[in-house]
Ligand binder design. Structure first.
Ligand code: FNR
Length: 379
């Protein structure tokens, strides 16, 4: 299927599946154990109903919003995802160019296959990036990276991922480990520090898959008490915590405002603890037990977003932003930068249509009255 023939994100995934290597597919598609969280991510939005209103002028529709005070054109963003060059040589920089075209925010993975400097090179004025950190056992490596990031004005915040101190057991990834490939399996910055290392380092035979190889230096000993003070010492950028899966942790995070400015409710696309809840469940828990969190910090969600209606439902439930993990990677696989542009184009158009059909002209107008989430609340 050609890129223009792709009408939705499933089409894009299929187109990519036909083009990318088995290794890339195994790494991107994979999730923990039995893929239960991944499957739930993909189906949970189907169990939330929309409540469209009539007699509302929907001539104009504005999908723009702000993330941490920065203006963006769409309420969805690119979540951090490692190794984009496994899909296509355009890599994370290709994603950045597509984001520039659609005014979308991009989070750059700690394990990106290009350096942060390469990814943001040529960023448009006003283009917004975050940089995602996996704290390394060798703290000096992370401290050096934080110092580098501080020099990139386009990067507006640090996103600290906390749901994967170790990778989940991802069997699709493990099964494709021995497929011959000259593609990169180390992050551009965590290899030997030189961007070129990323394109030449072969996957170690014993890696058990790309995921395990990438996680080799990741620290498993992070705590509320020690990690945030350490991070605050090494960056003055705002901090967003990613991978929260309970209302208790969301509440604890909110107690760290204003140092912590936002959280991303996420089960890592089902790639960490299998049977962990989809973000929407955690969002509903927050609404029930500690709604003040939504006023104190920005709450974003990711996992399983396939349609503009999914975006609109998450926003109506109180999320300020909605992340996409696999979709941009599959866009890259389907057609490089153009494939990612198509992903963003499709989702923007679908989001606009969903807003108009609901009777909503601006993102800020979306609220609880636009959804019926009773079926999910009962779970
Ligand atoms: C990820 N994710 C991820 N998260 C993170 O904080 N740092 C990372 O390096 C990665 N790497 C990564 C690689 C791949 C191939 C995938 C699929 C995912 C998780 C990602 O940010 C996001 O939480 C999920 O992918 C969202 O789910 P969907 O949109 O893929 O369903």
């Amino acid at each position: 299927m050609s890129i223009p023939e792709c009408l939705n994100l499933d089409d894009i995934e299929q187109a990519a599946t036909q083009k990318i290597s088995r290794k890339a597919w195994g790494y991107y598609y994979s999730a923990g154990d039995d893929l239960i969280s991944k499957t739930l991510n993909n189906t949970v939005y189907q169990n939330i109903l929309l409540r469209p209103r009539i007699f509302v002028d929907c001539t104009n529709c504005d999908t723009s919003t702000t993330f941490l005070g920065h203006k963006v054109s769409v309420p969805f963003f690119v979540s951090p995802a490692a190794m984009a060059r496994l899909a296509h040589p355009d890599g994370e920089h290709g994603i950045a160019e597509a984001c520039a075209k659609y005014g979308a925010m991009q989070l750059i993975s700690n394990n990106a296959s290009q350096t942060p400097e390469q990814v943001v090179a040529g960023a448009q004025p006003g283009q917004v990036f975050g940089w995602q950190l996996y704290v390394q056992t060798d703290r000096k490596k992370s401290e050096d990276m934080l110092a580098r990031i501080q020099k990139l004005p386009a990067v507006k915040f640090i996103c600290l991922t906390l749901d994967a101190p170790v990778p989940g057991k991802r069997e699709h990834d493990e099964r494709t480990k021995n497929v011959a490939s000259n593609l990169p399996v180390r992050s551009a910055v965590m290899g030997d520090g030189s961007p070129s290392a990323a394109s030449t380092t072969p996957e170690p035979e014993s890696s058990g898959g790309v995921g395990k190889a990438l996680f080799a230096g990741t620290a498993p000993d992070l705590t509320w008490k020690t990690t945030l003070p350490w991070l605050a010492k090494h960056t003055n950028l705002p901090i967003v915590l990613k991978g929260l899966q309970t209302h208790e942790d969301a509440y604890l995070a909110s107690l760290h405002a204003p140092q912590v400015k936002g959280i991303i409710l996420s089960n890592h696309g089902g790639r960490a603890a299998d049977t962990a809840p989809p973000a929407v469940h955690t969002l509903l828990e927050i609404r029930k037990y500690c709604p003040s969190v939504l006023d104190r910090i920005e709450v974003w969600v990711d996992g399983g977003i396939r349609r503009g209606t999914d975006v609109v439902k998450a926003l109506a439930l109180g999320a300020k932003g909605v992340g996409l993990g696999r979709a941009p990677l599959f866009g890259l696989g389907a057609g490089g930068r153009e494939g990612v542009e198509r992903v963003l184009e499709i989702l923007k158009a679908e989001t606009e249509t969903a807003m108009r059909l609901l009777g909503v002209g601006r993102v800020s107008e979306l609220g609880l009255r636009h959804v019926n989430a009773r079926k999910v609340e009962r779970d």
